[in-house]
Design a protein around this ligand. Structure first.
Ligand SMILES: [Zn+2]
Length: 236
């Protein structure tokens, strides 16, 4: 099997090689460049939930000690948030396909809508609560708890993103297959696919319903889809 530019005879070999990287740096060390970063990036891309975990892109990997007392890795995103992942799941996982890249490029294309929504919600909250700073203060649309940290306020799609995506691409014959690399781990549309990208942005802007969730509601949503009506049908 091949991960990045390393070839292994077995999964066991890949697991041992990855453990050796963790040991070389030691617990709490950051890896943000060089061959080990490139290898970990290629490894991370094999994680079954890599796109969801990727978020706004990866700045660094961090060596952590997991609950079992073993060395493991977490990702540090561009916005400073941290998330752990099982590198063994990555070794056992698959290389990302063109379909996954398409989904990622489609997420990138609507990233501005996400940040505009977040800014709007912060301003709306400030209008109701004069003590709020207009940037970091939000109310969770799930449990109604007050959120005081912008990083803890997650913008969630009430109708799942993948449903919107599927509805948009259905029947189209101009679905992009090749993408540009934006920065580590992120794909975006090429200039020649701007028509597809623009129409997708417009469609998404018209059809999506966003809400703010706190970290707790968001993680429940990711694991069990407990909150909201994410399963409801689309009017398209
Ligand atoms: Zn909540």
């Amino acid at each position: 099997m091949v991960i990045g530019n390393k070839e292994f005879k077995s999964q066991k070999g890949a697991i041992e090689y990855t453990r050796a990287i963790a040991r070389k740096y030691g617990s709490l060390a950051y890896i943000h460049g060089g061959d080990d970063f490139e290898y970990l990036m290629a490894l991370f891309e094999r994680h079954p939930k890599s796109i969801k975990k990727l978020g706004c892109g990866i700045r660094a990997f961090k060596v952590i000690t997991n609950f079992g007392g073993h060395l493991a890795f977490s990702i540090i995103r561009m916005d400073g948030t941290e998330d752990d992942f099982s590198f063994i799941s990555c070794v056992k996982g698959k290389e990302r396909s063109g379909k996954a890249y398409l989904k990622e490029a489609m997420r990138q294309a609507i990233a501005l809508q996400v940040s505009v929504f977040k800014e709007y919600k912060a301003m709306e909250f400030k209008a109701l609560h004069p003590d709020a700073d207009g940037v970091n203060d939000f109310e969770c649309d799930g449990c109604k708890v007050r959120i005081n940290q912008s990083l803890d306020a997650h913008v969630d799609h009430v109708i799942e993103f993948s449903r919107l995506q599927e509805a948009f691409i259905e029947g189209r014959n101009d679905i992009p297959k090749i993408f540009n690399d934006r920065y580590h781990g992120l794909k975006e549309f090429r200039l020649s696919d701007m028509n597809f990208s623009d129409e997708w942005e417009k469609f998404h802007g018209e059809e999506t319903i966003f809400r703010i969730l706190c970290s707790v509601c968001n993680s429940m949503r990711l694991t069990k889809n407990l909150i909201g009506d994410g399963k409801r049908s689309l009017n398209v």
